[in-house]
Design a protein around this ligand. Structure first.
Ligand code: DX5
Ligand code: ZN
Length: 247
């Protein structure tokens, strides 16, 4: 199967009819399932990504950590550029868990990112809005993220300025942490304030066992690292279907 993919003989399921940027603004289906490559085998990254996309994932989520905003270090623009070359049609959703997101906007757009999300805790809401204008001027969509302890009020006054809001359901830094259900209440409040074309993403501790609650709170982009990549390849499709509510 993998060989056929590499030879390009199978239909590429991540290629949608619309331009890739419209995966957020005019999605072909909802909810979107976004495997986070943080839990993939980094030595087999291309195969790992092709595998989850062939199993029904809608996009790839890249967790960028700088060792300052969060305690961990993960990946940079070079990996994003490699994925863009290997998978020209895939939507690359870049989650910047960094103290100075403005430094990395240009490098990730140049590396082929389709969407950038950064944290209100890093630079404050006013700077997030200013940066959103710059990100959009570079031709990609933009999101604002909030950590579990951060109240919805930290983003609601300017929520219209973003294409997406990302509610973290773990404290960012590592995959494999337990889901913090207390974030669902503020998520519902944010959901009620979004326009139909704005997306609401949740990230951290999500899997088949709690995806229905996450969807029920209004989320239409579900990120998962360990729930997808932590099971054998043959089971990843059923995990993705279960998260989507397809079975
Ligand atoms: C949190 C990252 C998440 C994380 C998700 O630090 O932003 O994307 O890797 O991992 P799981 O799904 O294993 O909680
Ligand atoms: Zn993430």
């Amino acid at each position: 199967m993998t060989g056929e993919y590499l030879a390009g003989t199978l239909r590429e399921p991540w290629r949608v009819e619309l331009p890739v940027a419209d995966l957020f603004t005019q999605p072909p289906r909802l909810p979107l399932i976004a495997p986070s490559i943080l839990s993939a085998d980094f030595a087999r990254m291309g195969e790992e990504c092709r595998g989850v996309l062939a199993s029904g994932a809608d996009l790839l989520h890249l967790d960028v950590m700088d060792g300052h905003f969060v305690p961990n270090l993960t990946m940079g623009p070079a990996l994003c550029a490699s994925l863009r070359r290997a998978l020209p049609g895939v939507f690359l959703d870049v989650h910047l868990m960094v103290a100075e997101p403005e430094r990395f906007v240009g490098p990730f757009v140049d590396a082929g990112a389709d969407h950038l999300t950064y944290h209100v805790e890093a630079i404050g809401l006013a700077a997030c809005v200013r940066l959103a204008e710059r990100v959009r001027s570079l031709g990609v969509t933009v999101g604002v993220a909030i950590n579990p302890p951060t109240s919805a009020e930290a983003v609601l006054p300017e929520v219209g300025a973003f294409d997406l809001v990302l509610v973290m359901s773990v404290n960012p830094g590592f995959s494999g942490q337990a889901f913090i259900g207390g974030v669902l209440e503020k998520t519902r409040a944010i959901s009620a304030r979004l326009r139909p074309e704005q997306r609401l993403e949740m990230d951290g501790g999500i899997g088949p066992g709690n995806a229905a609650e996450v969807r029920g709170a209004g989320c239409d982009v579900l990120v998962a690292a360990s729930a997808v990549f932590g099971v054998p390849e043959a089971k990843r499709g059923s995990v993705i279907d279960a998260m989507r509510g397809a079975r």
